[in-house]
Design a protein around this ligand. Structure first.
Ligand SMILES: Cc1ncc(C[n+]2csc(CCOP(=O)(O)OP(=O)(O)O)c2C)c(N)n1
Ligand SMILES: [Mg+2]
Length: 563
């Protein structure tokens, strides 16, 4: 079978397999452990190799690539140190159900288990962080195992797959047939499932849909919205999955993230039926498992998920449907709508609450930089296909509450809550779609974790715009401190560099704004510069969330401890 095949090195076989699986872009920090792969990439100009500055940033870029395109993000890193740095992005891909392929250099096979230079047993290290980990010990098995990696990463519930590549295996030569491209495998909903779902929904008084998770194509997003609209069902979305249903539709009623609107939380609790599609209904979305009982949800739960293992894992559903999102959404859109549903008023009230929440909250002292007004301006200004990325932190409440997401625009945020995501994700998004507006939201804390990847954007000639919310603190943790230990601030205050000067030092565009009316011109100038940009928003540090202040939290905590 291999008689007519050319002899190739293990490294060449790796790159041939990536080509066969139609990989167009890969993110890397170089290492001597995988020189053969790098050298083979020299001869594969159709794979755009992005040279990053730290593996954590590179891994976030690969994760964001996977989230954005639905195709696995490919990451190349060196053994111990590279793999350790990369682990935050692998964990994020795991929690966020994002397809990803991680190629890690490894020590030579005959040195394994001596604790050779930078040696790590990746099967052990990545066991709880990845969907699958293996080591390719024979060059002739490279095509087989890379094919398996792509299948596993993309099928069912997507996730990261780690492949360790011993350096001497990469030098071995073998003749092996390269296979590809992969075909992701997803279940379809059965006719009986759909009929039962329709029957349960029709019997409800106060139903609510929850959409979330990964695997949503633009077409699936359109289909699920069509189903919701046809049946007048209110739809909310899970944490950082706000781009599945067009937020401007009458069906959309808000998001169940960290800053979920209290009215939506109350409404979800009052619902008698939940139709959860794609969401795992994790800790954040379920508001620390308070929205549904565990394991008995206490109401009718129809749970649709791509992975059989997720169904009945935490909540025991009335009806479980294993299905991919496009497959389910198309089938749901084709169902006969439920006519004159009883819940029309319920849906309208939920929508009215969501719309009321778009009006900025008022604070005791009106801030000179009114972030609610800034976000309202941005909501109107951003094109339909804009890509918004987000880091983790309290500042993310501003875009989450006030922007309106829709396809083909996207929201790319770490449901893992990993700080450092915002900049690398914006760089990756701009590399994939250089023609689109890409805006990355970061706090001052998160920015300083991976902000150097802005240089990667400048090196590549692409210009994401970073909105840096500077409150000179790890604000989220300060908020928790004020609630639990009022007035006792420790470990959360930050001294920061001059961010606009930092942007300029990289060769990018930098601006600082302190007043509401300065934002629009700064944003337009950043766009016009076409360079990677930082717009620092000098926040009033008192304003700790979109709804409350630090002093108010402290007063509440002190009053609670006094009573
Ligand atoms: C990598 C990582 N480290 C630590 C945390 C814990 N953490 C969550 S939010 C936060 C502070 C975020 O600060 P900043 O980026 O300035 O945003 P802010 O909350 O001030 O808006 C921290 C330390 C985390 N989520 N991720
Ligand atoms: Mg901060």
């Amino acid at each position: 079978m291999t008689a007519n095949l050319p002899l190739m090195s293990g490294g060449q076989l790796v790159v041939a397999a990536l080509r066969a699986h139609r990989v167009r872009m890969a993110f890397s920090v170089a290492g001597e452990s995988y020189l053969e792969v790098l050298d083979a990439l020299y001869d594969a100009p159709e794979i755009h190799l992005v040279t990053c500055r730290q593996e954590g940033g590179a891994a976030f870029m690969a994760e964001a690539y996977g989230k954005l395109t639905g195709e696995p993000g490919v990451l190349l890193v060196t053994r111990g140190p590279g793999a350790c740095n990369a682990s935050i992005g692998v964990h994020t891909a795991f929690q966020d159900s994002t397809p990803m392929i991680v190629l890690v250099g490894q020590v030579a096979r005959h040195q394994i288990d001596r604790e050779a230079f930078q040696e790590v047993d990746f099967r052990k290290m990545y066991a709880p962080l990845a969907k699958w980990v293996t080591q390719i010990d024979l060059a002739e098995r490279v095509p087989e195992l890379i094919n398996q990696a792509f299948q596993v990463a993309t099928s069912g519930r997507p996730g990261p797959v780690v492949l360790a590549l011993p350096e001497d295996m990469l030098r071995d030569r073998a003749a092996a047939a390269v296979v590809g491209p992969y075909h992701a495998v997803h279940a379809h909903p059965g006719a009986a499932n759909l009929a039962e779902m329709r029957r349960l929904v029709a019997a409800a008084e106060r139903p609510i849909m929850l959409v979330g998770g990964s695997g949503w194509s633009d077409a699936a997003a359109v289909d699920i919205a069509r189903f919701a609209e046809a049946n007048q069902l209110p739809v909310c979305c899970s944490f950082r999955r706000q781009d599945i249903v067009d937020n401007r539709l009458a069906s959309f009623v808000g998001d169940l993230g960290t800053g979920a609107a209290p009215a939506l939380v109350a409404r979800f609790k009052a619902a008698d039926l939940v139709l959860a599609v794609g969401a795992r209904i994790g800790e954040i979305t379920s508001q620390s498992y308070t929205l549904l009982g565990v394991p008995d949800p206490g109401k009718t739960l129809i749970h649709v998920h791509a992975a059989a293992e997720e169904l009945g894992r935490v909540f025991r559903p009335t009806l479980a449907i294993q299905s991919g999102m496009p497959e389910f959404a198309a089938a749901a859109a084709a169902l006969e709508p439920i006519l004159a549903p009883r819940w029309r008023g319920w849906r309208e009230a939920a929508r009215a609450e969501y719309e009321a929440g778009l009006a900025p909250s008022s604070f005791e002292t009106a801030p000179v930089l009114d972030l609610g007004r800034v976000m309202s301006w941005l909501r109107e200004r951003l094109p339909d296909d804009a890509i918004v990325t987000s880091d983790a932190g309290n500042f993310s409440g501003w875009p989450n509450r006030f922007l309106q997401y829709r396809r083909p625009g996207r929201q790319l945020g770490p449901t893992s809550g990993a700080m450092g995501y915002g900049v690398p994700a914006a760089v990756a998004a701009k590399l994939v779609h250089p023609e689109r507006v890409v805006v990355g939201f970061c706090g001052d804390g998160g920015f300083m974790m991976t902000g150097q990847e802005l240089m990667t954007a400048l090196g590549e000639g692409v210009g994401p715009i970073i909105l840096l919310f500077n409150n000179a603190m790890y604000g989220t943790i300060r908020m928790h401190q004020e609630r639990r230990f009022p007035g006792r601030v420790v470990g959360t205050a930050l001294k920061n560099p001059d961010f606009a000067a930092l942007a300029a030092a990289y060769g990018g565009f930098g601006a600082v704004i302190a007043l509401t009316e300065e934002f629009a011109p700064a944003f337009e100038a950043a766009l016009a510069s076409r360079r990677a940009a930082i717009i620092e928003l000098r926040m009033d540090p008192e304003i700790i969330t979109t709804r409350t202040t630090l002093s108010a939290l402290r007063r509440q905590a002190e009053a609670a401890s006094a009573s």
